[in-house]
Design a protein around this ligand. Structure first.
Ligand SMILES: *[C@@H]1O[C@H](CO)[C@@H](O)[C@H](O)[C@H]1NC(C)=O
Ligand SMILES: *[C@@H]1O[C@H](CO)[C@@H](O)[C@H](O)[C@H]1NC(C)=O
Ligand SMILES: *[C@@H]1O[C@H](CO)[C@@H](O)[C@H](O)[C@H]1NC(C)=O
Ligand SMILES: *[C@@H]1O[C@H](CO)[C@@H](O)[C@H](O)[C@H]1NC(C)=O
Ligand SMILES: *[C@@H]1O[C@H](CO)[C@@H](O)[C@H](O)[C@H]1NC(C)=O
Ligand SMILES: *[C@@H]1O[C@H](CO)[C@@H](O)[C@H](O)[C@H]1NC(C)=O
Ligand SMILES: *[C@@H]1O[C@H](CO)[C@@H](O)[C@H](O)[C@H]1NC(C)=O
Length: 884
């Protein structure tokens, strides 16, 4: 049995980050492009403008769309029609993906976007608790003022919340114990069925019960768990009415077309709030679901969406659909207390020892201890094979110091001597979840380990017992109250303010299927917390569209600034990870000062907006004196110095701050009065633009104990200067982009491919930064590059330099709005050219070509060839044998 599997819960990065570079053998010659599929979502912006040869004056939008496709000879299947005031269109499968080009060629009447899939943010690893554990003190409610609203009897009554997730186990007693009118979970729909994975056919039905996945049940409890339960937890808005829109099966992903369907249903069902604890790396605001969630928000509904759990991947890695411009993207904050277990010490008089596990070690024997070293200063304890003098360790709990080698190495050496159980004591690096592979081991604090070793060395007969009940302890989390390190960093590549605001999401106790309870971490947990907070706001202020439209600003302006550490004087966490700060729902509801706007976006140096007019209003009943001040946040050094690659998280911060000037920095406002102040923000000077520093901070308006703020964000560099194509050997140890040949090796010299029995080329590339548009094409072998850029693109370009060959033979792919790659799950892109055809379906004639990859720089002009970066391959020959 595996006793400790906590790493995924607390720090998703621990499990997913690569310790070393990838190698060639890791690459499967299978196309890995998130959007290369035959499924597309077509949106009909104005059906009356669809030109069809046939006259269809009374036809529906869908009939016109179909007639339009048929008139163009486009062969398609309609998977789903969408017909709502917020979205009219269809999800279609095209029998030839190249028909996209034919549809695109008639833009102005429709948009067409590839269907992509979204995971639920990866960290979610549920630790279930045994019945009868100690009650949680609901620290998350105290952190955010929810406790004070509950004390006033505000529980979100009358507000309708739709949860798009894995469904809900509504049979759970804390979640109402039933489904439909009169129950807590009043409605919903299952769009997919248990077996849906994101790539197969959904099998919908009307029952959104979740008894296999659990994620949605945990999410639902954070919003709506009734307080009378064994753990005394309660949802943020437990009198709200919940609808469960099930978009995930028991495992896997959800694709855009299902999400569009569920979002439209939620909108049409009249939900006041829609919440989505899901998302995937995106970087842009342009995906179908990002656009649609934003559109729903614009109608006066609140849409909360997870910011993503890719903090370890660094900046510019915001998640879709959380990128929806008017949606609220939610960052996570670590809970202040963690539920851990105590072990009892025998043989000496000693307080219990807290060990890092949510659940008791399932060991009922009392174990004597054995210390590998009697000297607690030995740094590489058990990093090497243990000496022959070591006894058989089978009967013992082994005590070993953290450090030098991996935990698993130490535990393997201990296991080689029969050791089955170990306590690893900390060396000062922190008390946290650790990766122990399949071994029965966990971390204890340094002082406890030193005590045990010293007692052992002095010959004391010490034992450890693991009580199986009643030994849970509320341990103060050292990172409690700080932004969870797993929260994805923004901003978006088009410089939108992502994430918007933070809520508790690290170490959250909530409901699980089959009457269970458990702890999970992720922006998935922070998102429903904000949805519940929004329900409290609406239940007090009403559900009029103006209230919902102002909700994000209200949460942002009254949020509390989160620091980078618990050390006084350390800077505030970058806005690119905390957004406008930790939500305080009580302050949001009772604020009597309104500041607007709340997001001051300076953009990059090439598009700098540095002067803002902000309005401060006293909506209270008494006159107030205000002072304005600037609280800078740490400046995020988003690119690693001397490289073109993003700094991994936690992103290094500097204290090179912007400077801020006010037209007026103190004033008095009578009840109901407003004033307008001009704020001029000057980006930090003398900083190294090559590390793409993102500066940020807060403009506070303070009146007595009331503080509201507007939050600013800018880049002290030009995004146009950011290199997009990774042309280094950083990840693989060989320089990319590269062509991978039929043997899976790098093509080092001109090579012919027959396209028979797996003999085809694959194009391997990575992006160091997102790109709004990239193309792959075959070009004449005489084409050359000058300083990495090709002075010629499609036919509309006039060659600028005589040395540049003007011949593109044909496109093999054109892709929009791609995110950069990271070092985890999205490490590279690969396009396998399995058939000798261009993207328009025509056959590539036998002959010799080069592959040209060209990527548009961020903020570049797609029609300007100078705005592309290019890479040109060695000669790739197409030599398809004649049919015999
Ligand atoms: C757990 O151990 C800690 C440290 O000895 C102690 O402060 C705490 O009271 C213990 N809790 C329980 C429930 O035994
Ligand atoms: C972990 O402990 C269980 C019993 O609790 C035991 O069966 C198993 O072999 C142990 N695992 C290892 C790797 O020692
Ligand atoms: C540590 O101390 C114990 C008790 O005095 C002794 O039995 C053991 O041999 C010592 N271990 C080492 C490695 O010296
Ligand atoms: C050590 O303690 C255990 C349990 O308290 C006891 O069974 C054992 O006899 C003791 N051994 C010695 C050498 O005192
Ligand atoms: C930042 O500037 C770019 C280039 O003009 C623009 O495309 C983008 O929309 C701007 N971002 C915001 C949030 O205004
Ligand atoms: C590729 O095929 C062409 C045409 O058959 C031939 O001329 C050329 O030498 C071949 N190149 C290689 C590298 O084999
Ligand atoms: C290419 O780079 C060289 C050396 O930096 C420079 O002298 C030359 O002007 C560049 N050419 C173009 C077309 O930018």
């Amino acid at each position: 049995m595996k006793l400790s599997t906590l790493a995924a819960v607390l720090s998703p990065s621990l499990l997913t980050s690569l310790c070393s570079a990838l190698s060639l053998s890791d690459i499967k010659r299978v196309t890995t492009l998130p959007t290369l599929t035959d499924k597309f979502i077509i949106e009909v912006t104005d059906a009356s403008k669809i030109p069809t040869k046939r006259e269809l004056s009374d036809a529906t939008a869908h009939e016109k769309l179909c007639a339009y496709l048929e008139d163009r000879g486009i062969s398609y299947d309609v998977n789903k029609e969408f017909d709502s005031e917020i979205f009219v269109g269809a999800s279609v499968t095209l029998s030839s993906p190249e028909d996209v080009e034919a549809i695109k060629a008639n833009t102005g009447i429709v948009t067409i976007r590839p269907v992509r899939t979204y995971p639920r943010p990866a960290s979610v690893k549920l630790e279930t608790l045994a019945e009868g554990e100690d009650a949680d003190v609901q620290t998350t409610h105290i952190l955010t003022g929810v406790d004070k609203l509950h004390a006033q009897g505000i529980y979100g009554a009358g507000i309708k919340i739709g949860i798009l997730d894995t469904g809900i186990d509504y049979t759970h007693p804390a979640l109402g114990g039933g489904f439909g009118e009169g129950f807590k979970v009043v409605g919903g729909y299952d769009f997919v069925g248990d077996d849906y994975t994101g790539s197969n056919e959904p099998v919908p039905d009307s029952d959104p019960l979740d008894q296999c996945a659990g994620h949605g049940t945990h999410v639902a409890g954070i919003i709506a768990a009734d307080p009378d339960n064994p753990y005394s937890i309660s949802g943020v808005a437990y009198e709200a009415s919940i609808s469960a829109y099930r978009v995930f099966g028991c495992s896997g992903f959800v694709s855009d077309d299902v999400l569009v369907d569920a979002l439209i249903r939620g909108f049409e069902d009249g939900q006041d709030i829609l919440t989505l604890s899901l998302g995937g790396t995106d970087g842009w605001t342009e995906g179908t679901t990002s656009v649609l969630t934003s559109r729903i928000a614009q109608t006066g509904k609140i849409v909360t969406i997870a910011a993503g759990n890719d903090g370890s991947s660094g900046s510019w890695y915001s998640s879709g659909p959380g990128n929806g411009i008017d949606a609220i993207s939610v960052a996570s904050l670590d809970n202040t207390a963690i539920i851990l277990q105590n072990a009892t010490v025998g043989g000496v008089d000693r307080n219990p020892i807290t060990y890092y596990s949510f659940t008791p070690f399932p060991v009922s024997e009392t174990l004597p201890i054995y210390a590998i070293s009697n000297d607690t200063t030995i740094v590489d304890d058990a990093c090497n094979e243990l000496p022959d003098t070591t006894p058989d360790l089978t009967p013992y709990l082994v005590i070993v110091r953290r450090g030098t080698c991996t935990f698993v190495t130490k535990l393997a050496n201990i296991a080689a001597k029969g050791g089955r159980y170990a306590f690893i004591y900390d060396n000062g690096n922190g008390f946290t979840a650790i990766d122990v592979g399949n071994y029965n081991a966990t971390l204890i604090q340094a002082a406890d380990g030193e005590f045990l070793v010293n007692e052992f060395a002095s010959g004391a007969n010490i034992t450890i017992t693991y009580p199986q009940e009643g030994a849970s302890t509320n341990f103060p989390d050292p990172t409690g109250g700080l932004i969870s390190s797993f929260t994805s960093y923004g901003p978006s590549n088009d410089f939108y303010f992502k994430p918007a605001v933070a809520a508790p999401g690290g170490n959250i106790l909530s409901t699980l299927p089959l009457n269970g309870y458990g702890i999970a971490s992720g922006t998935s947990m922070a998102t429903p917390f904000l949805a519940g907070s929004a329900a409290l706001l609406l239940s007090v202020k009403g559900t009029a569209p103006e209230v919902a439209l102002g909700a994000r600003s209200l949460f942002q302006s009254t949020a509390h600034i989160v620091s980078t550490s618990h050390t006084d004087g350390d800077p505030a966490q970058t806005v690119t990870q905390q957004g406008a700060g930790l939500v305080n729902v009580f302050d949001a509801i009772y604020a009597t000062t309104i500041i607007s706007p709340t997001e001051l976006i300076l953009n990059d140096t090439a598009h700098l907006v540095d002067t803002f007019t902000i309005t401060i209003s006293n909506t209270g009943t008494e006159s107030k004196d205000y002072t304005l001040s600037d609280v800078p946040a740490g400046t995020a050094l988003t690119v690693e110095s001397g490289t073109i690659l993003a700094s991994l998280g936690p992103v290094p911060l500097s204290t090179d701050y912007a400077s801020v000037a006010f037209s007026e920095d103190s004033f008095t406002l009578g009840a109901g009065e407003s004033t307008i102040v001009t704020v001029t923000i000057t980006p930090p000077e003398g900083v190294d633009a090559s590390v793409f520093p993102v500066y940020s901070g807060f403009i506070q308006a303070i009146s007595g104990s009331e503080i509201v703020h507007a939050t600013y964000l800018g880049l002290a560099a030009s995004l146009y200067d950011k290199k997009v194509i990774d042309d280094t050997d950083y990840l693989f140890g060989f320089v990319i982009p590269a062509i991978i040949n039929a043997d899976g090796d790098i093509q080092e010299e001109p090579t012919n491919y027959t396209f028979v029995e797996g003999d085809f080329p694959s194009i391997l590339f990575r992006f160091a930064f997102g790109t709004p548009l990239f193309n792959l094409e075959l070009v004449d072998i005489d084409t050359t590059l000058e300083n990495g850029s090709l002075k010629r693109r499609g036919v509309s370009f006039v060659p600028e330099a005589a040395s540049i060959a003007p011949t593109s033979v044909g496109s093999i792919g054109s892709f929009q709005y791609y995110p950069r790659n990271d070092e985890n799950g999205n490490a590279y892109y690969l396009l396998s050219l399995e058939e000798p055809t261009f993207v328009d379906g025509t056959v590539i004639p036998n002959g010799a070509y080069r592959v040209l990859l060209s990527a548009l720089k961020v903020t570049g002009d797609p029609s300007n060839e100078d705005d592309y970066e290019s890479w040109l391959s060695d000669i790739v020959g197409v030599e398809v044998p004649a049919e015999s």
